[in-house]
Design a protein around this ligand. Structure first.
Ligand SMILES: Nc1ncnc2c1ncn2[C@@H]1O[C@H](COP(=O)(O)OP(=O)(O)OP(=O)(O)O)[C@@H](O)[C@H]1O
Ligand SMILES: [Mg+2]
Length: 586
């Protein structure tokens, strides 16, 4: 740009200089020429007047003296010619050696009465000459011609020196203008360069370009406009960034997973919850293909189906890795505002694993309750029918049957009260009685209640409570029920002659109660499910000892009310230990 401007201005300058130079030289040359001509014409006129009388008097000597004087003064060559063309006098040459001049055009013109002007080669002097010939009148007729001439060489020499001077003046002038033009081109291009740099800065995201242009011309206006544009761009980008941050914050705090993909299944957005749900490693995954990130054909097929059929329905999928999960996926089209064009889909993912589990537990519970209630009822009904059919007549059998009916009724009763206390525990949810429980006293009271049962089975039931064991805080009835259930199990699942030991002691923040037996033990795989309702390791065996599988479910609820925890350590054939850790009163 700078070079271009420089070249343009320089060429315009040069052309102007050359044209005006040529014009000036020509004008000067013309001027000089006409000056010279005028000088010769007037001098020749004066001479023709002066010499008119001398010619009449034939005063040749005087004529020669005048001519040579004038010739010296004016630095011109003078020739005097008579009517016949004979050269009478000549200042630069011997007239006797000169040929007849009658044929010379300037002489011809002068003899006709006008001033002869001619530029031509002089055969006498071998040079180009300017000739001015003037007629000399004697009375009324032309007696001769006076001719003044000067060599063109002189005019040309003068012109050469003028040209040389002009050229001499031109070189520094040219040099100066070169410098000036260079400065001008820089002053034009440097603000443009500055504006260009600012534009590059803006493209690179630097939205506060420093343009130091204060001129009031178009460039200044352009700089101002760019400054203004950058500022408004900055404002717009900031507000978009703000909006985006807010939107991302909102979408990130939603409890459900959100994934948005375009119609090529490239991820537009995914929130952290979705990443966690689908076990996607952190990192920049926007723009990647869904399959590249999720690697789950079920989800991929679902999205493909939605994109193809444009049906947005609810889907459930289960994933087995890393843990078993069930997700509910709701999808919807992302449409361009004010048009129906679908540019992608948004999928809301809800983790329904827990809901599904609860649903299953509830339906299992209903099935289990019905089953558990039906068994004793069937048995009762059977024995009643047998009695009615005649067994009532047999006294001994009747008593035996009635005892069984009573046992089954007791079992029903226990079952119903267990179910009731469980549902009561579930419904209460925190709204329990809060009392100070004397841990040692309460444990001893419970053990004495179960002592009979243990003695009956020839089981050694031992209590080891440290003297300073701390008080607990909670519902004493619940505490009692929890311990009864655990000690009852220990006695129930320990063969005759075994040993059950209850220990209680303090730790830094808790009271620990351990119920340890040397009974049948629990296989490892059953331990995680032990606290589920109706869960029994060996259904037949448990039912034989009157178990319904609700005892430990109740224990689990109660220990939660106490904000404590329960652990199980068991070895098949060796025995089991339940360890309760309950936050203590200070
Ligand atoms: N100390 C223990 N030793 C061995 N197995 C045990 C022990 N405690 C519990 N179990 C196993 O855990 C299962 C669940 O116990 P839970 O107390 O919930 O039910 P239950 O004893 O069968 O019936 P109940 O509702 O009458 O207590 C039992 O059926 C039994 O198989
Ligand atoms: Mg039990």
């Amino acid at each position: 740009m700078q070079k271009k401007i420089f070249a343009y201005i320089m060429s315009v300058l040069l052309i102007t200089l050359i044209i005006s130079g040529i014009f000036t030289v020509q004008t000067i040359e013309k001027q000089h020429f006409s000056n010279m001509e005028e000088k010769l014409v007037s001098a020749s006129y004066i001479l023709s007047q002066v010499l008119s009388e001398d010619i009449q008097a034939d005063n040749i000597e005087h004529i020669k003296a005048v001519l040579s004087k004038v010739s010296r003064e004016l630095n011109v060559r003078i020739t005097l010619i008579d009517r016949q063309g004979t050269v009478l006098g000549e200042t630069s040459y011997d007239p006797s050696l000169m040929e007849n001049h009658l044929k010379r055009p300037e002489i011809q013109k002068a003899l006709k009465g006008s001033v002869g002007k001619e530029i031509r080669f002089s055969s006498t002097m071998k040079l180009d000459f300017m000739y001015i010939a003037q007629p000399i009148y004697r009375d009324d007729y032309i007696a001769g011609v006076i001719r003044l001439s000067t060599p063109m060489k002189e005019i040309k020499g003068l012109m050469k020196s003028i040209n040389g001077n002009l050229l001499l003046a031109l070189i520094p002038g040219l040099f100066l203008s070169l410098l000036l033009v260079y400065r001008i081109s820089i002053s034009i291009t440097s603000p443009i360069k500055e504006i260009k740099n600012a534009a590059v800065d803006i493209t690179l995201g630097k939205l506060d370009p420093s343009i130091n242009i204060t001129s009031r011309d178009e460039i200044g206006e352009l700089a101002k406009a760019i400054d203004f544009m950058a500022a408004s761009l900055r404002d717009k980008i900031n507000s978009i960034r703000d909006k985006n941050t807010r939107m991302e914050a909102i979408l990130s705090s939603v409890v459900n997973g959100i994934i948005a993909v375009d119609s090529n299944e490239n991820i537009l957005f995914i929130n952290p919850i979705a990443q966690k749900m689908l076990n996607i490693d952190e990192g920049d995954i926007a723009g990647k293909h869904l399959l590249q990130v999720i690697r789950n054909n079920k989800i991929d097929n679902m999205i493909k189906g939605i994109l193809e059929n444009k049906s947005f329905e609810e889907n459930e999928i289960s994933l087995n890795y890393p843990t078993q999960k069930i997700f509910r996926l709701n999808s919807n089209a992302i449409k361009y505002p004010e048009s129906d064009r679908i540019i992608g889909i948004i999928i809301i993912i809800q983790d329904i694993t827990e809901i599904k589990k609860l649903e299953k537990m509830r339906s299992d519970f209903v099935a289990n309750v019905s089953h558990e209630l039906k068994t004793p009822l069937t048995s009762i009904k059977g024995f009643v029918e047998t009695l009615k059919a005649g067994a009532i007549e047999d006294q001994a059998a009747a008593v035996r049957f009635l005892n069984i009916i009573e046992d089954e009724a007791d079992r029903l009763n226990r079952l119903i009260s267990d179910i009731l206390s469980l549902s009561e525990l579930e419904n209460r949810k925190g709204k329990t009685r809060y009392e100070i429980i004397n841990t040692a006293d309460k444990i001893r009271e419970i053990i004495s209640l179960l002592q009979n049962q243990a003695v009956h089975k020839n089981i050694d039931l031992i209590v080891k409570v440290e003297a300073d064991v701390r008080m607990l805080h909670g519902d004493p009835d619940q505490f009692k029920q929890m311990l009864i259930n655990l000690v009852d199990n220990a006695v129930k699942y320990t063969p005759e002659g075994g040993k059950v030991q209850v220990t209680a002691y303090n730790t830094k923040n808790e009271v620990v109660i351990r119920i340890k037996d040397n009974g049948i033990g629990i296989p490892k795989e059953h331990i995680p499910r032990l606290f589920e309702r109706f869960y029994r390791v060996d259904k037949a065996r448990s039912r034989n000892v009157g178990g319904t599988g609700l005892g430990l479910a109740i224990v689990k609820h109660i220990i939660m009310q106490f904000q404590g925890k329960i652990d199980v350590v068991s070895e098949v054939g060796q025995g089991t230990e339940f360890i309760l850790s309950i936050p203590r009163e200070t």
